[in-house]
Design a protein around this ligand. Sequence first.
Ligand code: FES
Length: 347
Amino acid sequence: MSNTFEAYLNKFNENDWLSAIETLAPEIHEVDRAATQIWFRFFPLGLFRYLQSAEDKEKAVQAFVIKGDYELKNQIDTSHHFLYGHRFWKTVKAAIEAESSVFENGDIDLAEETRQVAALAAEKLKVDTSLVLGITAVGFMTVVQAGLDNFKNATGEVEKPQGLMTKSPNQIVKVRAKDDSQGLFGFLKTIDKKFTVNYTTPKFEGKFGIIIEEEIASASAKDRSRDWKATDDRCWEGVVPVECRSAACGTCWVGVLGGEEKLSEVERLERARMEIFGYHQPEDAKPVLRLACQAKAYGNISIVIPPWNGTFGREVYGVEHVELEPATTSAKETRTIVKDAVKNQLM
Ligand code: FES
């Protein structure tokens, strides 16, 4: 039987959560602003609830061609490895547990409830609330999808920050924004500029080179620094899982932690396919969720690889297959058709 706090969190649908995150975004430190929005798209509530109520969950998972670990209950202490706030997880988790035992005000706004618990954790940690707001929201959703008992039973232990994450929040933001130098006469270069893609996965982090206007997946495939298949079954050639390379399979979705403005704009094919896959790509022309086989780089970027992939938009959100319109029809129209279908499902 769920307690009052768990019941409160469970009353919100995916739209409510995304709207609360949008409200909180300006208050979340820049280091975790994109990361928090990405996390909520890596673990969509709509998919979780669909599978939870499915008569045969295994069959549904197979039908959605889900590969990798999509279940939060298996990764309570690790799913948020790419947030700066990850280091504060144990304290944030304890603050959420404490709140769950005293919670009474079931009418409180979700964003406000998140602020209040984040403030308690921040006080304990002696850090600014902006640094724990994102991870607190993540903790709330983890309670929803893993269940309060499982949440409490997790140890809360996290590994020490490594690499870039050892720097201060502002330094991390600065490093992510910076492009590689193109040398003394770099300003003369047009077609051969080289940049870097920094990546993080649930297991390790690293980087690979990318040539200006190259798709992320194509650059990732040239990186032979590891036996990729041994690191993740979904990886054949490089750290980014790929199959079709033509926006047809949904395998290559990635979150963009920094530098999204240095990627090409989303075109109508990517936009429509993301909706059909079920990936909740934000409306922006250069959003924080991309298909790596479609997004071209024009500078350094930082990405996070999701632990799973699948195709579930039609069944979970009721997205109809949209024939890509002739070039004379606007991409905006496709976007509207698909968005309306998604919204109707989420209401
Ligand atoms: S590799 Fe299939 S959608 Fe990108």
